[in-house]
Ligand binder design. Structure first.
Ligand SMILES: NC(=O)c1ccc[n+]([C@@H]2O[C@H](COP(=O)([O-])OP(=O)(O)OC[C@H]3O[C@@H](n4cnc5c(N)ncnc54)[C@H](OP(=O)(O)O)[C@@H]3O)[C@@H](O)[C@H]2O)c1
Length: 299
């Protein structure tokens, strides 16, 4: 599988990574619940396929526990990224996701994540949001550096989106940035390029545009971009819409890895096959970009 260097972290990551939000379990949010057997099978299948980058968060219900339960015995096979600043509240029937920015919570998050995932180190600990001013006034980058010196974490990352990302990139303190990007939602491309130019590793979420027009859970805004840009016209014979979307993301020179979240065996196999086909032809990539930009300019 195609690998890239995750910026200044120096880590060699598979360009197709895996996001575990779908493994959050019951009484969280959304309609689908993945059971224990499926979680075990998915996580092991991810590693069997050669994928070596896994993203999770204390906010994703029991996803961290499942990583610990099912693949901690294979810890040397994957680069583990989780998040902090998370104080989710479990209600009777759903999980409320909340974030706070203070050193005590970060301490609690890291200890809980290590215990849940049955590991003694996290490769990449990412702030799960926040803004530059608060993180600085609370001294939270220093808190992260302390975790680093204690051997609990190897690298410090930021997972965020516009508008906060701009000031956060300017701080020049993060090893990686996680942000959304796909041909159907390219708004963060400038952020990607700015952060990559500083040498940061770039982790893309939403890289398959949440399944695009064929998603089980439909996102009308993404579907509209697909339809108005007439992207069906650019599909090769036998190419699915999800393949075009994923390979477009993987074609971007600054997408070091994209953490596609799927909990469907067929989709997983399809995504692997798409990733193995490599980047789109440059003229197809350019034409998709042109059409989508034209659509965005008119809206
Ligand atoms: N703020 C943050 O830090 C943040 C926020 C959101 C997400 N994330 C991370 O990013 C990961 C991915 O994010 P995301 O879920 O927003 O975006 P995504 O990976 O673009 O979308 C995942 C959705 O796409 C569907 N899908 C995947 N492959 C498909 C295929 N071949 N055909 C049709 N549908 C397909 C999946 O459904 P099926 O299961 O049916 O395949 C799932 O509903 C998460 O797991 C999480 O690790 C981080």
């Amino acid at each position: 599988m195609q690998t890239r260097t995750l910026g200044k972290t120096g880590l060699e990551v598979t360009q197709l990574g895996y996001g575990t939000m779908g493994l959050r379990g019951p009484k969280t949010w959304g309609v689908r619940v993945v059971d224990e057997n499926e979680a075990d099978r998915f996580l092991n299948q991810v590693l069997d396929s050669g994928i070596n980058f896994i993203d999770t968060s204390p906010d994703y219900g029991i996803a961290e526990e499942r990583i610990g339960r099912y693949i901690s015995s294979r810890r040397n096979e994957f680069i583990l990224a989780t998040k902090c600043g998370c104080c989710p509240v479990q209600h009777d029937d759903h999980l409320e996701v909340k974030h706070e920015w203070n050193a005590e919570l970060l301490e609690r998050n890291i200890e809980t994540s290590l215990r849940r995932m049955r590991t003694d180190y996290i490769d990449l600990l990412q702030f799960h949001g926040g803004d530059a001013e608060t993180l600085q006034s609370e001294g939270l980058v220093e808190t992260m550096l302390k975790f680093h010196d204690q051997g609990k974490i190897r690298r410090i990352g930021m997972s965020n989106s516009l508008p906060n990302l701009l000031d956060l990139i300017d701080l020049e303190v993060f090893d990686t940035f996680q942000m959304p990007y796909s041909c159907l939602s390219p708004e963060h491309e400038d952020c990607m390029n700015r952060a990559a130019a500083q040498g940061a590793g770039i982790i893309i979420r939403g890289g398959i545009a949440k399944g695009g027009p064929d998603a089980e859970i439909q996102r009308e805004n993404l579907k509209t971009v697909w339809e108005r840009s007439k992207l069906d016209e650019l599909l090769d014979v036998g190419m699915s819409r999800a393949e075009l979307i994923l390979r477009y993301t993987l074609s971007h020179p600054n997408c070091h890895t994209t953490i596609v979240g799927t909990c469907n065996e067929e989709h997983f196999a399809e995504n692997l096959a798409s990733a193995n086909k490599g980047p789109l032809a440059p003229d197809v990539f350019a034409e998709i970009t042109r059409r989508v930009n034209q659509h965005i300019a008119h809206n």
